[in-house]
Ligand binder design. Structure first.
Ligand SMILES: [Zn+2]
Ligand SMILES: [Zn+2]
Ligand SMILES: [Zn+2]
Length: 91
């Protein structure tokens, strides 16, 4: 385990949670997987993780949205730091 960071320089990318909230049961927008999904904290689209089809990895690279929230353990990950973040600081 790595100790989560409480801050990273990319927190500006985090946008407010939409009025509809976060539905942790949404499937991946690209492949429909519900195995291990993440939600982008910039645009709130849902994609699968690196152990499924890596669609969130692709989304992060293409759209340059660095911060994502895991549905499985509610951890926040920064693709630019490649480190976990403390969720209490982010949300
Ligand atoms: Zn970062
Ligand atoms: Zn997918
Ligand atoms: Zn996004």
């Amino acid at each position: 385990m790595v100790d989560p960071l409480s801050w990273c320089p990319h927190l500006d990318a985090v946008k407010p949670v939409p009025p509809s909230g976060i539905d942790v049961f949404l499937p991946c927008q690209d492949c429909g997987s519900d195995a291990e999904n993440w939600i982008c904290l910039t645009c709130y689209q849902v994609f699968c993780g690196r152990y499924v089809n890596e669609h969130m990895v692709t989304h992060g690279a293409v759209s340059e949205h660095p911060l994502v929230l895991s549905f499985s353990d509610l951890s926040v990950w920064c693709y630019l730091n490649l480190l976990p973040l403390s969720i209490l600081q982010v949300l």
